[in-house]
Design a binder for this molecule. Structure first.
Ligand code: B12
Ligand code: SF4
Ligand code: SF4
Length: 315
């Protein structure tokens, strides 16, 4: 049964979420996502590369209420990650979201969101909840935007003014009919800026809000099977896992984005076997790419840097 219509529980939940480290909490209804049609166009145009799973379960994406019976509310949660870029002692880097010293964000956020989901169920006895972090067929950015807590930049990133875009998203789907003050969509703060489009090393940002995933370095260095080709190797720079370029150039990200040496040396990574990789990175976001892919990416980066003479010899 849906709960009573009062704004009070939503407010309490906001405070609890902030206590758990979330910097944004927003509410929306599980109707067809605002950007569902754009998503379908994107799939039809083949912009998902080899991520064939993205075109499946379109009905679930269109009707998030099918992800949880009697879903009445989607609670969007935003969790920040450090603007400091993880790097090896030699200066090779990985994208910030990878947080190699932390447990994979999927697991961390799920745990925190489940605490909140428990609180919702306590406030609304008899209701059901489901926590989604990245893996469910749900348009997370669309619902984040619809909840009014931030906006989507031309680089595709969801941002919250004051925090920028170095944020993860998570959702709690609940059958409780949470009431909340009416939300207004937040106006974009991009203005006439086009820095991200100009800076993208591969031209993957083909137009504002239009990302060709098949050309995105994040896809090519994490998701796509096999070693990167020579053209890609030349575009990677020093970042061997994921890509942050379209966020680094964004004037709305203003934190300390310097590099921080938290990764093992290049030799150590290249000489890892499956067991040591599991010990060091097994519970982190590095595990998704896997040792083979990471090794291939590092070798591709080193080859280019050695040719251009811009990197110290690592033996
Ligand atoms: C597949 C995927 C990828 C793919 C494709 C990325 C993409 N932009 O589509 C690849 C592997 C390339 C990737 C890369 C990254 N990803 Co990713 N990814 C996803 C995933 C699983 C699905 C995204 C998706 O549906 N893409 C299809 C496109 C069409 O949809 P969309 O990204 O939601 O974009 C919407 C807008 O463009 C909007 N739109 C269309 N037209 C218009 C016009 C206007 C005016 C506006 C306002 C909006 C708008 O409609 C789209 C559909 O909702 C989500 C989790 C999820 N379930 O949502 C994480 C997610 C988007 N990724 C995330 C992260 C952190 C990254 C990286 C930063 C990692 C890295 N550093 O390497 C990069 C960022 C690249 C980028 N600039 O977007 C976060 C982003 C958080 C945030 N603040 O936005 C998410 C939400 C995961 C999470 N739970 O935190 N990712
Ligand atoms: S993550 Fe990198 S490759 Fe992908 S769109 Fe942004 S700048 Fe381009
Ligand atoms: S770089 Fe400029 S255009 Fe791109 S997301 Fe940031 S503010 Fe918007």
């Amino acid at each position: 049964m849906p709960g009573p219509l009062t704004h009070e529980p939503a407010m309490t939940l906001r405070e609890q979420a902030k206590g758990l480290g979330f910097v944004g909490v927003g509410f929306s209804r599980p109707a067809k996502p605002l950007f569902f049609d754009q998503f379908c166009e994107w799939i039809s145009a083949g912009k998902q590369g080899e991520m064939g799973w993205m075109g499946r379960h379109l009905n679930l994406r269109k009707n998030p209420s099918t992800l949880l019976e009697d879903c009445h509310t989607i609670i969007t949660l935003a969790y920040p990650y450090s603007p400091k870029k993880p790097c090896t002692p030699e200066g090779l880097s990985a994208a910030r979201y990878s947080e190699p010293q932390e447990i994979d964000y999927h697991d961390r956020l799920k745990k925190k969101a489940k605490i909140l989901a428990g609180a919702v169920q306590q406030q609304y006895p008899g209701t059901q909840t489901r926590v989604c972090v990245d893996s469910a067929p749900i348009l997370e950015r669309s619902f984040a935007y619809q909840s009014g807590i931030g906006f989507i930049g031309k680089n595709n990133m969801f941002m919250i003014p004051g925090y920028g875009s170095y944020l993860f998203l998570a959702e709690i789907l609940t059958s409780a009919l949470l009431s909340y003050p009416e939300t207004e969509l937040m106006e974009s703060r991009c203005g006439s800026c086009t820095r991200c489009l100009e800076a993208c090393p591969t031209g993957a940002l083909e137009a504002p809000y239009r990302l060709n995933a098949a050309r995105c370095l994040s896809y090519l260095t994490i998701e796509k099977g096999g070693p990167v080709d020579n053209e890609t190797a030349n575009q990677i720079g020093d970042c061997f896992l994921g890509c942050d370029v379209c966020q680094e150039v964004c004037p709305l990200n203003k934190g300390d984005e310097s590099k921080s040496v938290v990764l093992p040396s290049i030799d150590e990574i290249l000489n890892m076997n499956d067991e040591t990789f599991r010990e060091v990175f097994g519970r982190t976001a590095f595990a998704r790419a896997g040792l083979g892919k990471i090794r291939d990416n590092i070798n591709a980066v080193l080859k280019v840097l050695r040719i251009t003479g811009s990197h110290p010899d690592t033996g």
